[in-house]
Design a protein around this ligand. Sequence first.
Ligand SMILES: *[C@@H]1O[C@H](CO)[C@@H](O)[C@H](O)[C@H]1NC(C)=O
Length: 329
Amino acid sequence: MKPFFATAIAFWTLNFAEGIGFFRKTQDTVKPPERAYILQSNDDGWAELNIRLLNDALIAKGHHVFLCAPAEDKSGWGPKDPIWPEPPIRSKPCHYNSCPADTGENHGFNETRSDLCWVNSYARSAVRIGLRTYAKRHWGEDRWADLVVTGPNVGTNLGHVVQWSSTCQAAIFAAAQDIPAIAFSVADNQHHAWNVQPVPEANRVYAELAAMITQKIIDGGKPYLRYQVFVNVNFPKSDTKNNRCTKVSDFKFIFTRMEETEKKKPDVAWCGTRKLPVEKHVVHRQDGCFVSITPGSIGSRTMGDTGNQKDVLNRLKSILSCLPPEKSS
Ligand SMILES: *[C@@H]1O[C@H](CO)[C@@H](O)[C@H](O)[C@H]1NC(C)=O
């Protein structure tokens, strides 16, 4: 064969191989970060500062985010979600005066951003309707969320409280539809409007922490969580006045379980034991800034499924710390 033809054929073969993805493996090592379709919700209301700051942070990471949440604070209603009748027409303005009165509608959007939606109903309803109707309209009919993220909730949701928290129940609802879900909550009971000035530094920290954990779970690849699994995350308070837990780097991430088990079923092996700390014993500790991260499986209330623990653990390992013994103050 003439050298010219040999080179041409080799060149063509290479291009063809590349075209059919023969070299996909090597290219994948430098693949760009994954852009996920994320539905955001909460139970504190669509115009609560925490959910909006997390919205900014997730968009900044390049994700396709759609926010759909109650028109006002609907905390503490657990899984409430009247499927019929449809949510009633809203006559009052939304909380913090964030939508006009008498819209004649049971839902609405920010006037310049159609990715921010309120529904005149509960958290779980907002996730259900958001997923099935408004997010699809925004993303395109055949789009289904890859991930549902709720919160950060104003106030913790630890242990048995998870049952009553609409923020957690909205995430659990998503998991039941086989959409991976993460619920974030904060040991900070202060509500703020989306447009408060100046923006409290503490709330920025919560949003940054939540976006970072979300990104870690996404980085582990699809499906982001196993079948019917959700993750319950609680942050300690960022206390600027007392200079406690004020920077993202002050926080340590602890892998936890939701409640003590009655049965002596061992947890996944981690930090030298088969017994994970219980989340409520972690977040309120005063000798550090400890974030609890608990995988929950909707099938079991005590969430003791070690298989699900292992998958979430593998995704988060690189950011996790072991809980040190408590120092008395
Ligand atoms: C609606 O979006 C605009 C543009 O981002 C923003 O300035 C405004 O504060 C938002 N209002 C509400 C209630 O979300």
